[in-house]
Design a protein around this ligand. Structure first.
Ligand code: HEM
Length: 367
């Protein structure tokens, strides 16, 4: 083997050995160091993971991302402030509508608690009143002569309003209070099925209630204007406590107050707010929706509480329910409960006396 080849091979080997030795020595010092006390942490080289985390992510080869441009802003900064949104439309660039916090506190707070108390206290008071006072029976004997009190259009409108109101009241109570008294009893899946069904029913019966309420207003308003005797009636609660009923027209002061406060004022509140809630696609913002929900809940709770008084009077007054169901009341009933109306019917000034002929022709010796 020629000297040169030997030499170059030896040289290469020597070089190789030298290289190995140098790298070992490079290692040796660190090893030598590891046995020494570790210098303080600050000096420690940052862990590769932390470094890696800090390092911008490796982009996929064909990524169009621009590092640092779409860095998500802090939550507290974006929560309620308008941001960039690629979806066009009202409020699509607002993540959380600030009014929403207030809405939730109000709805799940005072509206639910005070509303719940009211809807518990009123029936208890009415039951107590029934046990103390009992039903309102006729004092005199019925004559058997019937007077028409409500014609078929009035009765049909009333019962459409009344039945749709009851459906809305029950389904509304499930939606607002159900999770407190129903969910613990029937469990989550049954409760959700029932409330979804109730909400759907609520959304479809709502418009029926609205239209029949408007019809009821135009049909009943003519006999509901307040007069002197109505304020006197209200001031002494119609003499119900004393047992001596006060004179009134076709409707007494209490019924007229129910008509204006219940049917008209609260009816308008629940219907207008209900319409806003029913059509979120009318470009209505979340703030208006939240306010409409509160108006609707408060209006409905007051409406239900007030209607309990009306329903109580309608059922506890002997002959009243029959009058709204069949349309006729006995002459004695009309005389005792609505004496001014009875006089108008007798004189022919008001409709209602079936034997109109007789009423129209003054009876012998009447002149
Ligand atoms: C189950 C529920 C209801 C029952 C049992 C009931 C019963 C009655 C009865 C018996 C009358 C006749 C009273 C009389 O002869 O003077 C009456 C009248 C009336 N009811 Fe009802 N009602 C109910 C629900 C409603 C509801 C939900 C509304 C309205 C939202 C309503 C509005 C009226 C009005 C406006 C009158 C005529 C009195 C007036 O115009 O002042 N009722 N109701």
């Amino acid at each position: 083997m020629k000297l040169a080849t030997w030499g170059s091979r030896t040289g290469a080997a020597l070089l190789f050995a030298l290289g190995v030795a140098m790298s070992a020595s490079a290692q040796a010092p660190a090893k030598a160091d590891a046995t020494k006390a570790a210098p303080p942490a600050a000096a420690a080289a940052p862990a590769p993971a932390a470094e890696a985390a800090k390092a911008p992510p490796a982009l996929a080869p064909n990524s169009t991302a621009n590092i640092g441009w779409n860095k998500p802003p802090e939550w507290s900064k974006v929560e309620t402030l308008p941001q960039y949104a690629s979806v066009p439309g009202r409020e699509t660039n607002v993540l959380v509508e600030d009014h929403g916090h207030k809405w939730r506190e109000l709805r799940n707070g005072p509206v639910t608690s005070y509303g719940g108390y009211l809807l518990l206290i009123v029936p208890v008071l009415l039951i107590l009143f029934y046990f103390i006072k009992g039903p309102f029976k006729l004092h005199g004997a019925p004559t058997g002569k019937l007077i028409e009190r409500f014609n078929s259009l009035e009765r049909m409108t009333h019962w459409t309003v009344a039945i749709s109101f009851l459906v809305l009241a029950v389904s509304g109570i499930f939606i607002l209070f159900g999770k407190y008294f129903l969910l613990p009893v029937i469990g989550a899946s049954a409760f959700s099925a029932l409330t979804v069904f109730g909400k759907t029913l609520h959304n479809f019966v709502g418009p029926l209630f609205m239209f029949s309420l408007v019809a009821m207003f135009f049909i009943y308003v003519k006999d509901n204007f307040m007069g002197g005797s109505d304020f006197a009636w209200l001031a002494r609660m119609g003499g119900i406590l004393s047992g001596k009923e006060m004179p009134s027209g076709r409707f007494n002061g209490g019924e007229k107050a129910w008509f204006w406060l219940g049917t008209v004022v609260l009816g308008t509140v629940v219907c207008v707010s209900g319409l806003i809630l029913l059509f979120p696609n009318w470009n209505t913002g979340r703030e208006l929706m939240a306010s409409a929900n509160i108006w609707h809940a408060v209006g409905a709770v007051l409406f239900m509480a007030l209607s309990l008084g009306h329903i109580y009077m309608g059922l506890a007054t002997e002959g009243a329910y029959k009058g709204m169901r069949e349309g006729y009341v006995d002459e004695t009933w009309a005389q005792e409960h609505h004496s001014e109306w009875y006089a108008d019917v007798k004189s022919g000034k008001a409709a209602g006396d079936k034997d109109k002929g007789m009423a129209a022709q003054p009876a012998a010796g009447d002149d």
